[in-house]
Design a protein around this ligand. Structure first.
Ligand code: FE2
Length: 352
């Protein structure tokens, strides 16, 4: 919008009227541009965008009403006052409906004209101020939204990195290889995709997988790291880790979405697992996926207490346990993951 609050465009086909109006406005401190008809008026308007246009209604060629409509196309807040003879009051009233700010009867009364001009300019200024304020607000909202999005992304990536670090730390203490959680994480996501888990749910699954054994924090080293076989009493303690993990995650809001996998990752399809002996679909899907890929990784990677076996041998063992330990549908989904992808996940999961 232009910022020339004292510029007035006068459009009238009668030269005398134009001159009189110019004198009136100039003596009141306004700057004036004159046009002899609507077409010329529109050209001047486009070029200079005056704060106020005062136009006659009846002119040869473009009428005052047509000019009014044209200038409001250029500037929706354009202030226009129309001048009219007594015979044409109805058209003048119509012009108000089309957006004219006011109309003045000819012969023009100086005071009336100046008051109308002042009022029109004041109203226009209010509209401009309001629009600027609106734009400023919109700009601030857009800026604040950008900052929020950036902060949220940062938080999300910090969160993911924290969980990954925690998962690796847990692995190092237990399994002795920190890339275990990264591999199982990759296998689980690939299997979940094959199974048809929606993308929106993959993040929760991933966090559950990374933290599945978080409850082992509460298991004494003498049991967790014992080289030989555990006694029945020690097993009893070891089997409390899903419960400990669940209690831990319940206390920390950003870990809560990991609970289904943390609490249920030792459940078995046939109900022979622990801690609750859940059966079939009672076991959360994330935990059912986890147990397949965890078993696969345990078999195909050297651990302190067992040597790795080839992919094929591990797969046939998993097939053998489908329906007992594992959800057969999850096993099928896992088998659909191309072996090249499994090998790639394994290669990329090597600790840096
Ligand atoms: Fe576990």
């Amino acid at each position: 919008m232009p910022d020339r609050p004292r510029l007035i465009l006068i459009v009238d086909d009668d030269r005398q009227v134009r001159d009189v109006l110019q004198q009136i406005f100039q003596s009141a401190g306004y700057e004036c541009r004159l046009a002899k008809d609507g077409a010329e008026g529109l050209d001047v308007f486009r070029l200079e965008q005056p704060a106020l246009t005062v136009t006659d209604l009846k002119m040869p060629g473009m009428t005052g009403i047509e000019l009014l409509q044209a200038v409001r196309q250029v500037d929706a807040e354009a202030a226009v006052i129309v001048l009219t003879g007594a015979a044409d009051v109805k058209t003048a009233i119509d012009s108000l409906k089309l957006g004219a700010y006011d109309f003045i009867m000819k012969p023009v009364n100086v005071d009336e004209l100046l008051i109308a001009a002042d009022r029109a300019l004041e109203r226009r200024q209010l509209l401009i101020d309001r629009q600027r304020y609106q734009e400023m607000l919109e700009h601030r909202v857009a800026q604040a939204t950008q900052h929020l999005i950036a902060a949220y992304r940062e938080l999300e990536s910090t969160y993911d990195a924290t969980l990954e670090a925690l998962g690796s730390a847990l692995d190092t203490r237990d399994v002795g290889t920190e890339s275990h959680s990264r591999r199982v994480h990759g296998y689980a996501l690939a299997t979940a995709r094959e199974y048809g888990v929606p993308d929106a749910e993959l993040r929760d699954l991933a966090h559950g997988v990374l933290l599945h054994d978080i409850g082992k924090i509460g298991i004494p080293d003498s049991i967790l790291l014992k080289p030989g076989k555990l006694t029945p009493d020690e097993w009893e303690i070891m089997r409390t880790h899903p419960e400990i993990g669940k209690r831990l995650c319940e206390k920390i809001p950003f870990l809560r979405n990991a609970i289904p996998v943390v609490y249920c990752h030792h459940e078995k399809w046939d109900g022979s697992g622990y801690p609750r002996g859940l059966k079939g679909d009672e076991i959360p899907l994330g935990a059912r996926i986890f147990s397949v890929v965890d078993a696969f990784d345990a078999m195909t990677f050297d651990r302190p207490y067992s040597r790795a076996i080839p992919f094929e041998a591990a797969k046939s063992e998993i097939r053998r346990c489908a329906g007992s330990h594992f959800d057969p549908a999850v096993v099928e989904a896992f088998f659909r993951v191309p072996e090249s992808l499994l090998a790639e996940i394994r290669r990329l999961s090597v600790a840096p």
